[in-house]
Design a protein around this ligand. Structure first.
Ligand SMILES: NC(=O)c1ccc[n+]([C@@H]2O[C@H](COP(=O)([O-])OP(=O)(O)OC[C@H]3O[C@@H](n4cnc5c(N)ncnc54)[C@H](OP(=O)(O)O)[C@@H]3O)[C@@H](O)[C@H]2O)c1
Length: 253
């Protein structure tokens, strides 16, 4: 098992790689030897992550992409293949959310969640899967959330979209298993990023949240990396359609 987490010669595309969990995953793959393709809408952020990778001797390609625009998905896949010749791993990490109760949630808020968190994942995964089928191998890892299983007030659009993503993970796994592609999900619990900052930036609220997490603290972006690398590795060759929770025990209650 010595070299199972060595990704030298492999290419990983990570969406939402400019900050938070996506940034940590991209840096994790780069440290394990992979070439990384970084995408988000904010050029300065993915350029900065690419610089970090290159300073450590790795190869990185930042590609500014709005995942809700189909032509930009085609551009992302084309740029990755032009630079590195193949895509071995796709991490669908980018997402958006709205903190709004169902009575007040606007229709476009619902649509933005589903367009980014579900539809874009299907369309990008399909484009990448066509390359992976030619290669007869590939790994797709979708970042879901404990909120795909647990209802949280004010988080319905996000939670429903992530529940759909969890099911999409199983559908892709079933349809593509025989084609050499494994598809799994990693579901973080509460994690310290910009996404969740409105909650953890208030120490009193953070203390309340920590009380219901068995590990007694909220997660850090780096906590998510190991599960993603595992699912992308040869150690997970017979695992598909599954979800690993990285939640400090949140799903125990
Ligand atoms: N933080 C948590 O507590 C938590 C808990 C459970 C699950 N998660 C999941 O973990 C993943 C990462 O979350 P995070 O906390 O790291 O979020 P974050 O810090 O807000 O980062 C989200 C990333 O997604 C990108 N993104 C959003 N919309 C995009 C679009 N249309 N096209 C391209 N890129 C887009 C953002 O870049 P731009 O805005 O620059 O495009 C950013 O790089 C998400 O799937 C989230 O649901 C997070």
């Amino acid at each position: 098992m010595g070299s199972v987490f060595n990704f030298s010669g492999k290419t990983a595309v990570v969406t939402g790689a400019g900050r938070g969990i996506g940034r940590a995953i991209a840096l994790g793959f780069a440290e394990a030897g992979a070439n990384v393709v970084l995408c988000s809408r904010t050029k300065a952020e993915i350029d900065a992550v690419a610089d970090e990778v290159r300073k450590k001797g790795g190869k990185a390609l930042p590609v500014v992409t709005d995942l809700t625009v189909h032509e930009q998905l085609e551009n992302l896949v084309g740029a990755a293949v032009a630079e590195f010749g193949r895509i071995d791993i796709l991490v669908n990490n980018a997402a958006r959310s709205f903190l709004r109760g169902l009575l007040d949630l606007r229709e476009d808020g619902w649509d933005k969640c589903f367009n980014t968190n579900v539809k874009a994942v299907w369309l990008l995964s399909r484009l990448v899967a066509r390359k992976m089928i030619e290669q007869k191998s590939g790994r797709i890892i979708n970042i879901t959330t404990v909120g795909a299983d647990k209802a949280e007030a004010g988080m319905a659009a996000y939670g429903c979209s992530k529940a759909a993503l969890k099911h999409l993970t199983r559908c892709m796994a079933k349809e593509w298993a025989a084609l050499g592609i494994n598809v799994n999900a990693v579901a973080p619990g509460f994690t310290r990023t910009d996404f969740s900052k409105p909650i953890w930036s208030n120490p009193e609220v953070e203390a309340i949240i920590c009380k219901v997490i068995p590990k007694g603290k909220i997660g850090e972006p780096e906590d998510v990396v190991g599960a993603v690398l595992f699912l992308a590795s040869d150690a997970a060759a017979y695992i598909t359609g599954d979800t690993i929770y990285v939640d400090g025990g949140t799903m125990t209650s």
